[in-house]
Design a protein around this ligand. Sequence first.
Ligand code: FES
Length: 164
Amino acid sequence: MTVTEKDKLSEVISKCKPERGNLIPLLQEIQAELGYLPQEAMQEVASFLDIPKVEVYGVVTFYNQFRLAPLGKHHVRVCMGTACHLRGGKLILEALERELSIKVGQTAPDRSFSLERVACVGCCMLAPVVLIGEEIHPKMTPFKMEEDLIPYRQEIDELPENSN
Ligand code: FES
């Protein structure tokens, strides 16, 4: 965790009462601040609420809303609702895993991309759908997906820390 993340974590915890029933709201609040739940944060929560870390970890892994890794600069969400699933959502997801060299639920080591599967995003007429950030990519095919990733990759390549 960075120093800033540690500060934010302390601030969130300081506003909470150390009661077991606060576990989920506390985790939600921490994730809202940090964007994910680092191991260290889960340890802190366990100590603060005086419960075993395994209990905290159990809750975090049980609910889809919690994330163990930070999001990438570009967060890619593949809709796997019924319409998208029937129109090839799984193929799109597999293509993205290959293209980005990460599995669903993971973030690339350089934090450029993260990949997630989500339930219906509400535009079934456009199935199969992928969201990159808040941008909708409709009627996806593995080939179209590859093409649509190009500008996002270029943006990453142009970031100052990636220039030599
Ligand atoms: S199922 Fe994908 S947008 Fe509804």
